[in-house]
Design a protein around this ligand. Structure first.
Ligand code: PLP
Length: 457
């Protein structure tokens, strides 16, 4: 039996958690997870929780996959580490590169490996600038991103990201990284149709390009669906228009698929859902279902052909680029996704089922709007509903209704995530059955009801 209190005290005494307020450190108690199986987690007190967040948007094949553990064990014994610098490599990196190319859109025939999504995005920044230098356009330095985007926590990742809270710590963004508005219909769409607003939000990119001069712009980066920013589902008109603008000005398009990749939107990559053709794709998380850290960048032919033709070293790489343990975990994870037809199921069976059930939550008195796409969803908690979602009346921010509701949901047995603006988001394992989806929705409603009761007191 685990002594939860003793463990929590030790944690509070020594562990500085990511994205945590250290002033609260002394009275903070952390929930300690001890086991996972399928879509469920157990904490040190024996509570069983349905994981509506797939760990941190990543355990796509669910917990407890013995075949991934076996593959990792076998590789640990055979060759636990070797690097991929210069011109050495190993079988797992070779096989994974080929597999990723096989499942990715046709413009991708090469992969650069990293250890995480943040490292993947750092790689992207250096790679696109290297590309434009090699093309003879070194002045093309600027990378345009979006407010409220999340691209990681390294200096370049946090710069690409659009969170003021991250920029203000450490003097970010880095030079040459700028931001435009996000395609949030809730935020900016009042009085417009979704389609109109999608075109308007895309036009901000063209405006920015014209402001700074296309000859200075290297690339545009975006998550197909902004995840950590609150599952911001763009209107259908948005991405095709972004593609048109990038093509018009010859600007590289980077899709950060750290969340949307590996089946989350019912396709191997989220860009396929929106019909766009990125030049680079950042991936991490779902590539191994989070079992082992691994990330990287799919690099399109447009870039690789120039770098091959011009030559010259790309002075960039990580000790753990293409780590053999990460590669075998990814290979087995992808095999599971293929064999169990998980991506297809999210596309045409469990995905539509979950979307319908999740969006029906908008009928709950506390929920102002609820959107889902693939196995991603978000909903806003509101004090009072209006005639349209733009007329809903929010809660006083000081009430912290989102985190309160999230805590009630955990007490009821389901994990969601609370983000700014009283928004709750979900990103469950892609393996959920219809019965598990029903259970998740039931638990979410219980948590919402408890929050309403709370408010009455
Ligand atoms: N990009 C996106 C879209 C993400 O959601 C994340 C992490 O949540 C990252 C990049 C950073 O990935 P990592 O935490 O593996 O560095």
């Amino acid at each position: 039996k685990i002594d939860t209190q003793c463990m929590q005290e030790t944690d509070a005494a020594h562990h500085l958690h990511p994205f945590a307020d250290y002033r609260l450190k002394k009275e903070q108690t952390s929930r300690i997870m001890v086991r996972g199986e399928g879509a469920y987690l157990w904490d040190s007190e024996g509570n069983r929780l349905l994981d509506g967040m797939a760990g941190l948007w990543c355990t796509n094949v669910g917990y407890g996959r013995k075949s991934i553990a076996d593959a990792v064990h076998g590789q640990m014994v055979q060759l636990p580490f070797y690097n991929t610098f210069f011109h050495t490599t190993h079988i797992p990196a070779i096989e994974l590169a080929a597999k990723l190319v096989e499942i990715s859109p046709p413009q991708f025939n090469h992969v650069f490996f990293a250890g995480s999504g943040s490292e993947g995005n750092d790689t992207v920044v250096r790679l696109v600038r290297h590309y434009w230098s090699k093309k003879g356009n070194p002045e093309r330095q600027v990378i345009i991103s979006r407010n409220n985007a999340y691209h990681g926590s390294t200096m370049a990742g946090a710069s690409l990201g659009g969170w003021q809270s991250m920029h203000s710590q450490g003097g970010l963004p880095l030079p040459g990284i700028i931001h435009i508005g996000q395609p949030s219909y809730l935020e900016g769409g009042k009085g417009k149709t979704q389609e109109e607003f999608g075109l308007e939000a895309a036009s901000w990119l063209e405006q920015k390009i014209l402001d700074i001069g296309a000859e200075n712009v290297a690339a545009f980066i975006g998550e197909p669906v902004q995840g950590a920013g609150g599952v911001i589902v763009p209107p259908v008109t948005y991405w095709p228009e972004i593609q048109r603008i990038c093509d018009k000005y010859g600007i590289l398009l980077i899709a950060d698929e750290v969340i949307c990749g590996f089946g989350r939107l019912g396709y191997w990559f989220g860009s396929e859902y929106f019909g766009i053709r990125p030049d680079l794709i950042t991936f991490a998380k779902g590539v191994t279902s989070g079992y082992v850290p691994l990330g990287g960048v799919l690099v399109g032919d447009r870039i690789v052909s120039t770098l091959m033709e011009k030559g010259g070293e790309f002075n960039h790489g990580f000790t753990y680029s293409g780590h053999p343990i990460g590669c075998v975990a990814a290979l087995e994870n992808i095999r599971i996704l293929e064999d169990e037809k998980i991506v297809e199921r999210v596309h045409s069976d469990t995905g539509p089922y979950l979307q319908k059930k999740f969006e029906a939550l908008a009928a709950h008195p506390l929920v102002g709007n609820a959107e889902a796409i693939g196995f991603l969803g978000g909903m806003n908690l509101v004090r009072q509903k209006g005639a349209t979602i733009h007329d809903n009346v929010p809660f006083d921010a000081a009430l912290q209704i989102g985190p309160t509701c999230r805590a009630h949901m955990i007490d009821c047995g389901v994990i969601m995530r609370a983000v700014a603006g009283d928004r709750l988001v979900m990103s469950p394992p892609l393996t959920l059955t219809h019965a598990e989806i029903d259970e998740m929705i039931k638990l979410i409603i219980l948590g919402l009801d408890k929050t309403v009761e709370d408010l009455r007191q």
